[in-house]
Design a protein. Structure first.
Length: 358
């Protein structure tokens, strides 16, 4: 396994800055995901890592060795493409063993290694089939086996599950994590799916407009977002105008809400409060909560999502466990009161030029 370091890496295409001075260290054996909306620069950064694209400025290092002058085939990398890029006229075995053939590895050794990869990827009995005879999940396993058979020190994956249905994606992302862990490989995984990144990664790097906004564990990124964009992009959040008060709280309407942390000098009265739906509690009237009208109820399986309409004309989403909701007999139009679990809300400055109303 190897460390991967980015030092002020930038890449522009015409007038568009795809990657903007990104600096990031990925530890040996770490599984790190690059996450962000389409066009944020995550795939460009991955292709710079692979050597498919040359950075305009900055450098990529593998184990403290600069890689900018190295061609892709000398970077000791495995790459899994979004489209899998399997050779349609080659069998599963031939696809998997292709890189070893290029290295002129003896045929008996290739056959042995291909058998080992087929066993690891649960591809037994499929070695002589062609890509068009495989399911999407099987093709993904072949692409992963082909990338791993040469035992690279770093594995790069560019949205490898995006073409699969939700149930297969959930199963395969667990398998990818298991395989990478068992082989002790450093992995960099690009996805726009926040849930996928949170479930599979040691750390998650959030990007937007070419910039790295936050890097941290899935729990840190979800519970302690660096800014409002991260809070809104990773998962679901309620964003409400508020007024910052002394003592670590904010005012929403006529109610006071305790927040996680208020950095001194960062706020000038007005701010935006970010609340995850699962951190909204329904409370009895008179317990200091915020009054609202139940506007809508959506069944999501283990939880029920409520849309609450406040007197200040804001909608707030609240997730309630289904078993708890069944004990209530509330219908849309009912009056209720809600509060926020202490210390679990975040507060962010209002972007310049934004008018805040409560």
């Amino acid at each position: 396994m190897a460390t991967v370091s980015y030092r002020a890496v930038s890449k522009a295409f015409a007038s568009t800055m795809a990657v903007d001075a990104v600096s990031l260290d990925i530890a040996a054996g770490e599984f790190c995901s690059l996450v962000g909306p389409s066009g944020c620069g995550k795939t460009t950064l991955l292709r710079v890592t692979a050597g498919f694209v040359q950075a305009d400025e900055g450098e990529v290092y593998f184990d403290d060795r600069p890689a900018g002058a190295l061609p892709p085939n000398r970077r000791d990398l495995g790459f899994v493409f979004q489209s899998y890029a399997l050779f349609p006229t080659k069998t599963v075995g031939e696809n998997i063993g292709f890189s070893l053939m290029l290295k002129r590895t003896p045929r008996p050794e290739i056959s042995k290694r291909v058998d080992e990869m087929c066993d690891l990827m649960h591809l037994d009995g499929l070695r002589d089939r062609y890509p068009h005879e495989l399911s999407g999940g099987q093709q993904q396993r072949v692409a992963l086996a082909r990338a791993l058979i040469s035992e690279p020190s770093v594995l790069l994956l560019d949205e490898p599950l995006s073409a699969l249905d939700a149930k297969i994606r959930t199963r395969l992302r667990v398998e990818i994590r298991r395989i990478v862990e068992s082989l002790g490989i450093t992995a960099i995984y690009v996805t726009h799916d926040q849930e996928e990144a949170l479930s599979i990664s040691d750390r998650v790097a959030i990007m937007d407009k070419g910039k790295l906004l936050q890097i941290g564990s899935p729990l840190d990124v979800y519970l302690r977002p660096a800014d409002l964009f991260v809070a809104q992009f990773v998962g679901t959040t309620n964003s409400l105008p508020c007024t910052v008060l002394d003592g670590g709280s904010v005012r929403v309407g006529d109610a006071s809400v305790a927040v996680r942390e208020i950095e001194p000098g960062r706020f000038n009265g007005q701010a935006t409060l970010s609340i995850r739906p699962e951190h909204v509690d329904l409370v009895a009237a008179g317990n200091g909560g915020i009054p609202a009208i139940l506007r809508d109820v959506s069944f999501l399986g283990q939880t029920v999502r409520l849309t609450l309409h406040t007197l200040a004309d804001h909608d707030v989403l609240a997730d309630v466990p289904t078993v708890d909701w069944l004990e209530r007999s509330l219908e849309p139009g009912a009056s209720l009161t809600w509060s926020v679990r202490a210390g679990l809300a975040s507060v962010f400055p209002v972007p310049a030029g934004t008018e805040v109303t409560q």
